[in-house]
Design a protein around this ligand. Sequence first.
Ligand SMILES: CSC[C@@H](O)[C@@H](O)C(=O)COP(=O)(O)O
Ligand SMILES: [Zn+2]
Length: 206
Amino acid sequence: MTDPRTDLVNAAKYFHQRGWMLGTAGNLSARLEDGSFWITASGKSKGELTENDFIHQLPNGTFEKPRPDLKPSAETSIHEAVYAIFPEARACYHVHSIEANLVSNFTHAAILPLPPLEMIKGFGIWEANPKVGMPLFANHLDVPMIGQAIRDRFTQELPPIPALLIRNHGVTVWGKSPEDARNKIELAEYIFRYMVQAKHLGLCSD
Ligand SMILES: CSC[C@@H](O)[C@@H](O)C(=O)COP(=O)(O)O
Ligand SMILES: [Zn+2]
């Protein structure tokens, strides 16, 4: 089995090239069999990560770091919330794109309706003309407040798809493997791109 940190390094490079992890934006994690997870250390240039730029967060909430200067991602509480609610999740990816921020303003509601594109099947919805939405959360400077909002909402009702959007911030997805999470980021960003262009062309996107 490959070291999951290598998958995360490669995904970050790819997302950086796509313009979704510019500068230090975004964070990626992968969960191991024992419930611990590797997560990007805070404030690292995501296009230049190495396997030494990760924190190992243990199931009891403590963490191990390969170098004393590393801090866990500022958004670790969001990854913790995802792993607590979705036992099958083995990777959780969060990126920042322009399109995600634009579409997050297409509604004031707590769910963003998605257009019924074929690509929605990639989120596990096998329906003709699916009417599905992506849960939207308010952004907070105090990130644990976002983590708590995710826990509160998804404990009440599971989301229709393995993705959530934080307004004016970015998307977070989770999957059964790093590859699955990467696919879901690509799907989400494709759908956001479509929505922005459809709006521009004056097309109804639902
Ligand atoms: C470009 S700053 C973005 C951060 O505030 C945050 O939203 C982010 O995604 C990265 O934070 P990090 O602590 O490096 O994991
Ligand atoms: Zn972020």
